[in-house]
Design a protein around this ligand. Structure first.
Ligand code: FAD
Length: 406
């Protein structure tokens, strides 16, 4: 998105991508007529990404998933309490728990979380919510909306704000997957005059007297530039910049805690249980959603399902056990899935975003790299706004505007 903004402002833009194709974690693989996002991807309808794509005129087709489905508890399915009726009928809660859950679900959307930056989600839940099961429900909503499994470290303010974004305008699943966004941005960047070079790894930056002068590629080629935006992981930014930046700044980057998930993506010839489309783990950090029930991601009668486990920061479960847990979710939700399996892929520890929002005061770094004029960073770990891809797009826009001002 920053290439589109800068090229439209008549800047000479070269986008270097080390992979063979654009997209990074937003890429979609197409196999046997199914569109596989890299694990479950949902676009926040009122997040910075949606706002920016609208401003840039990027076209895509998206649908809001139906609210409701199942809560997974002690290995069984209960009705998910998504509204007044399902809350009354669910076997998830006792009568007194239902009363407390109803109160919290009503007030969560309006809660002012601005004073809660320094409080962990775990502590906030423990000191505000009486019943364990209700606490578990709110924590499950925090996991669903932020992907973070680590309530002991996550800031309550960040979790509550993201739940609010999720319950107000919700999310959208994209026809054809997130690649449609990537393709739309690529086309807009090329149309505006940007040059895109894939298979080109930026290895280092060139700095003269405190000003960035360009980027050096792995093959030794040099791209001269007045401004450089590095939109890669913190580890990659450390490797590219470490000879030029302060050790304090490097320490800040190295201290970021990634948010990870184990994902099982499954394509089925048909859905054995057509009504079992969504489930959220209440006592376990689990997720199940038939994305093709909402968006065009599968051929006729086929189903594209994402199953995931939100991982702890210091998760020690083996990949084999994680895969078995995710298969168990499929067994519970879609018994018979193995007989209609077309394709599956399991990824034990995908980095969903590079920076858990913790209670630490330093937090995510700013887009401008200190002490090097013209050098900026962007990514889902940069800048103050939002969570997940919204952070990437917001920091990308901020970096583009800062680079443009030079
Ligand atoms: C399982 C999973 C589920 C997710 N679900 C959601 C969701 O529901 N909602 C949401 O908003 N977000 C979600 N995300 C997060 C979202 O995918 C990412 O935040 C977003 O795609 C990050 O984009 P990015 O461009 O900042 O980083 P990346 O996608 O990581 O892209 C970085 C790019 O830089 C390239 N690169 C790296 N180093 C170099 C170099 N030295 N030279 C040249 N190129 C380089 C890489 O090849 C890559 O293409 C999810 C992520 C995962 C993994």
């Amino acid at each position: 998105s920053n290439s589109v903004t800068l090229a439209r402002a008549n800047r000479r833009v070269t986008l270097l991508e080390k992979a063979a194709q654009l997209g990074g974690r937003a890429m979609t693989s197409h196999e046997s007529g199914f569109a596989f996002n890299l694990g479950p991807h949902a676009l926040y309808a009122e997040g910075a990404a949606t706002r920016t794509f609208k401003e840039l005129g990027i076209q895509y087709s998206a649908h809001r998933p139906q609210i409701g489905g199942f809560a997974l508890i002690e290995g069984r399915r209960e009705t998910f309490p998504a509204g007044a009726l399902s809350l009354m009928t669910t076997g998830l809660f006792t009568a007194t728990e239902k009363f407390e859950a109803a109160q919290w679900l009503a007030k969560l959307g309006k809660l002012d979380a601005s004073d809660l930056h320094g409080v962990t989600l775990h502590d906030w839940l423990a000191s505000n919510i009486r019943h364990l099961r209700v606490r578990q429900l709110i924590q499950a909503l925090a996991r669903l909306t932020t992907y973070a499994g680590d309530a002991q470290r996550q800031s309550a303010a960040a979790a509550i704000r993201q739940i609010q974004l999720g319950i107000s305008s919700g999310v959208r699943y994209l026809d054809g997957g997130w690649q449609s966004l990537v393709d739309g941005l690529r086309d807009a960047a090329i149309k505006a005059g940007a040059t895109i070079e894939t298979g080109q790894r930026a290895q280092s930056i060139i700095v003269e007297q405190g000003h960035v002068r360009g980027a050096a590629l792995a093959d030794g080629a040099i791209h001269s530039a007045d401004a450089v935006i590095i939109a890669a992981s913190p580890a990659e930014v450390v490797s590219i910049t470490e000879s030029f930046v302060s050790s304090d700044w490097l320490r800040q980057l190295k201290a970021l805690i990634p948010v990870k998930a184990a994902c099982l993506d499954v394509a089925l010839a048909r859905l054995p249980q057509p009504d079992a489309r969504f489930a959220l783990g209440i006592d376990q950090p689990l997720y199940f959603s038939v994305h093709s029930a909402t968006a065009q991601l599968a051929p006729a009668n086929g189903a594209l399902i994402h199953v995931a486990k939100y991982l702890m920061t210091d998760e020690t479960t083996s990949a084999k056990s994680l895969e078995a847990e995710l298969e168990q979710v499929l067994d519970t939700m879609q018994p018979g899935w193995r007989e209609v399996l077309v394709k599956r892929r399991f990824m034990p520890a995908l980095t969903v975003n590079h920076a858990l929002v913790t209670t630490a005061t330093t937090g995510r770094p700013e887009v401008a790299v200190p002490e090097i004029a013209g050098l900026f960073i962007a990514g889902d770990w940069v800048g103050a706004e939002g969570q997940l891809a919204d952070v990437s797009v917001a920091s990308g826009s901020a970096a583009a505007h800062a680079a443009q001002a030079r």
